[in-house]
Design a binder for this molecule. Structure first.
Ligand code: NAD
Length: 486
């Protein structure tokens, strides 16, 4: 198979601190693989605590002494608008880099820049339109809210759609007037370096954005524990979130946690079955199944169960797995051999826990690279590990149910609560059912389209706090109450 390698790839990936690309002070690096050849194509600077100290010092200086936190919202919004334009202009370059680094199919990587740009435009609009509370007690008092950026924000991000998820934190943090230190995921450090050029071109003052690459337990840990970083916005696994939560406690930091999921898609017999099948296939096999909101458990009403399973498996078998850069590819290569091993171990566990309907291993003809055939297990019991645990790959568990009550019990019977999808043509049932479902976000007869003003976040082990709209601005700002006696 021909493996496409983008032109002008860097062979070394550096930090970006105080407006300059720099190596680690210690000179330490780590290897970066591409998921098709699994060969090192670059080394990245492995940030240690002294690199984090340097980045936090630059961010703190920009916050304490620079213009960014003190600019009028309109002036900051102009810079954010220029950032959005510069991001959008990078779409095809960004897509080829993301595809090369993460194994995401190129057709799905294209458009990520537009989504990232939209995040900047949205928060630019929001800060200009921002209104804060003011109250008058006639003849006695005036009270108003003085909103202030919190300081240096620590942003820690995962490897799935890395650039887009970075924008999801960078845009509101910068819009709010914070300065930032970003620690991107070590599996996919390639695209984060694009931010430096984009921000320079847009006129973001030096030191406002800082980037430190590195391993989570080293660079990430140092950022979390740094006393001059009052807030941490984290997206990643629930287990990592627990560790970070504990480490933030010493300094009582503000935390936003977007964590793992095992989201149910509930398909009632009265659903539009064609649409439900299309959507539930998309829900777990798009983005290689490496999607936090993946509908990785499909609960199907018994009377349509056999038909659903048969049609679903036939479609899953036809999904085209292949080189991520091939525009015909629908499922590419999983991000890293370690993650591939994890997903494959669940495929083997699944063979003892459910009835294999499709996939079940490496696709034929793809002998190297992190390829997993779209895998479907039916008759999966709720105590099965593949029902309970996040796999984060192209693997789905299907389970039948007989009543609305049983569907709800199955839907809620896991530790996670990120997203849920409900398919029914009965409006009353739909609204009643979603009231009781343990999920931060529910899609009714639809999937993954959302208005940027709505809250994004999970309940139970899927997260803490919300991002989205003014909730993100609330996270990155303090609201000081000022009381005046008349
Ligand atoms: P991860 O938890 O392994 O790593 C995420 C980030 O945390 C990386 O940058 C990593 O280097 C860093 N990190 C690891 N240990 C750390 C520590 N002790 N201190 C500080 N930082 C540390 O997650 P991942 O494997 O990169 O991403 C996949 C996970 O992310 C899945 O569980 C997925 O569901 C979740 N996710 C959630 C959302 C959401 O919005 N809820 C979105 C995308 C991904």
């Amino acid at each position: 198979m021909v493996h496409y390698v983008p032109e002008n790839l860097p062979t070394s990936i550096k930090h970006y601190i105080g407006g300059e690309f720099v190596d680690s002070i210690s000179g330490k690096t780590f290897d970066v693989l591409d998921p098709v050849s699994n060969e090192n194509y670059a080394t990245a600077a492995a940030g240690q605590s002294e690199d984090i100290d340097r980045a936090v010092a630059a961010a703190k200086d920009a916050f304490d002494n620079g213009p960014w936190p003190r600019m009028l919202p309109r002036a900051r919004a102009r810079v954010l608008g220029r950032i959005a334009d510069a991001v959008e202009a990078q779409d095809s370059r960004l897509a080829e880099l993301e595809t090369f680094d993460s194994g995401l199919p190129i057709t799905q990587a294209l458009g990520q820049a537009q989504r990232a740009a939209e995040n900047f435009r949205f928060f630019a609009d929001l800060i200009v339109a921002q209104a804060d509370d003011a109250y008058k007690v006639p003849g006695r008092q005036v009270n108003y809210v003085n909103r202030k950026p919190k300081g240096v924000a620590g942003l820690i991000t995962p490897w799935n759609t890395p650039f887009m998820l970075e924008s999801w934190k960078l845009a509101p943090a910068l819009a709010s007037g914070c300065t930032v230190v970003l620690k991107p995921a070590e599996f996919t450090p390639l695209s984060a370096s694009l931010w430096a050029g984009i921000f320079e071109e847009a006129g973001l003052p030096k030191g406002v954005f800082n980037l430190v690459n590195g391993i989570g337990e080293e660079a990430g840990d140092a950022l979390v524990k740094h006393p001059d970083v009052p807030l941490i916005s984290f997206t990643g696994e629930s287990r990592t979130g627990q560790i970070i939560f504990g480490n933030c406690a010493a300094n009582l930091k503000g935390m936003s946690m977007e964590l793992g999921g095992k989201s149910p898609a509930v398909v009632f017999a009265d659903a539009d079955l064609d649409a439900a099948i299309d959507s539930t296939l998309f829900g777990v096999f798009s983005l290689n199944g490496e999607r936090c909101t993946a509908g990785s458990r499909i609960l199907v009403e018994r009377s349509i169960y056999d038909e659903f399973c048969e049609r679903y498996a036939a479609r899953a078998k036809n999904i085209r797995v292949g080189d991520p850069h091939d525009p015909k590819t629908e499922v590419g290569a999983l991000v890293h051999p370690e993650h591939y091993d994890k997903v494959m171990s669940y495929v083997e566990i699944g063979k003892t826990e459910g009835r294999l309907l499709a996939g079940g291993g490496r696709p034929e003809g793809l002998d190297t690279g992190n390829y997993v055939a779209p895998t479907v297990f039916a008759d999966v019991k709720p105590d099965a590990r593949i029902f309970q645990e996040e796999i984060f790959g192209p693997v789905v568990a299907i389970t039948p149910f007989d009543s609305d009550e049983e569907a709800l019990e199955l839907a809620n019977g896991v530790k996670y609560g990120l997203a849920a999808y409900v398919w029914t043509s009965d409006l009353t049932r739909a609204h009643t059912f979603v009231q009781s479902i343990d999920a931060g976000m529910v899609w009714l007869n639809s999937h993954n389209v959302r208005d940027l003003r709505t809250p994004f976040g999970g309940v139970k082990a899927s997260g803490l706090g919300h991002e989205g709209g003014y909730r993100s601005i609330d996270f990155y700002t303090d609201q000081q109450a000022v009381h005046i006696t008349l």
